[in-house]
Design a protein around this ligand. Sequence first.
Ligand SMILES: [Zn+2]
Length: 421
Amino acid sequence: MTQRSASRILFVPLLFLWIASGVFASTTFAAEQAASPTLQIDCDFPGGNVIVERIEGSDVFLRQDPRDTPRFWFYWYFRVREAAGQSLTFHFTQGNVLGVRGPAVSTDGGETWSWLGADAMDGASFTYTFPAEADEVRFCLAMPYLESHLREFLGRYRDNPHLRIETHTTSRKGRTVERLRLGDLDGSPNHRVVLACRHHACETMASWALEGVMEVILSDTPEGQWLRENVEFLVFPFMDKDGVEDGDQGKDRAPHDHNRDYLGESIYPEVDALRRFVPAWSEGRLRIALDMHCPYIRGGGDRKGSNERLFFVGGPSEEGWARLEEFSQILEDVQVGPLRYARKHNLPYGENWNTLEQPRSFGRWAALLPGVKIATTIEVPYADVAGTPVTPDSARAFGRDLSRAIRVYLDRLPVEPFVDR
Ligand SMILES: [Zn+2]
């Protein structure tokens, strides 16, 4: 027996114990038998998620870390160091967790991202040749959006009187959870709108679209001006703050996830605080409540609720569905961005997976608030909308389209005068 195979025999059981102990996911993996003896793969940074199983030559075997999500889900985010100039193939061992444009790649420490492309994929594997000067390359299911991104965005509007940054609550792990107010902040707006995001931690692309919505509200455009004069927006960018920063799947976490926490006693501080805050804040003027999500990883073609189309999720109320259809038609008419939305892709209540009986989700809970016209979920695909790539830029552009639709819809509603109570 050679020394090399002997060390492998020893290595595998130790590896198994390490994975079983749950410690492995967040530790640095120093490869014994990789092309480079110092190759490192880890997820020890905000949003990180991976379990490295083994490395054989230039083949890396790894998988997403489900954590407390008991069923298959597909979020992962890792970095590779000390691989400059090498070509490595990454094999995912727990299902195909690559989106239709392959992994998102960053060579600048997570600042900017691009899709590697389907050509680099072979089933659940992809191959990447590391540039000669690459100290560190990051790979992710999609393009990450963390607290650091929100801070960068808000920093651009530091002295804007139409933006207020508040503390919503403290997460279970002690993190500050943000709550934003944008627009008409004098206390007597004609309309109110609430936007929520990341009830499911892994759904990063929805956050880029949310940025686009907020850009318009704060922009020097006719839409921005109208929205600032008529609407107060309340925004919850990270409804599962710990999940976002820790890199959890979040989706379907046990015993239930953040978007199934709206019935009975809430178990998550973010949801509990929202349910206390929003009804009082709305003063009967809440018109639109929009929860921003990403759908399943891929599939669905051109059908309703396709994972590769933008779509709204309908509730059981017929009047609510009619109003959503009206809003959808406006969005179809005013959109100018590269990700094209079509009303026909909306998912009506009772079809496909949209069968939740009780109002356990944010959208279903919000639909019961006084005065609300539209309470729904928008699904923003992870990677592709009808052949056009989803990126931070294209998702933001869709968010800007959403803002335009919100403006037109609200402009058609009657305005009730504020009375002192
Ligand atoms: Zn979701």
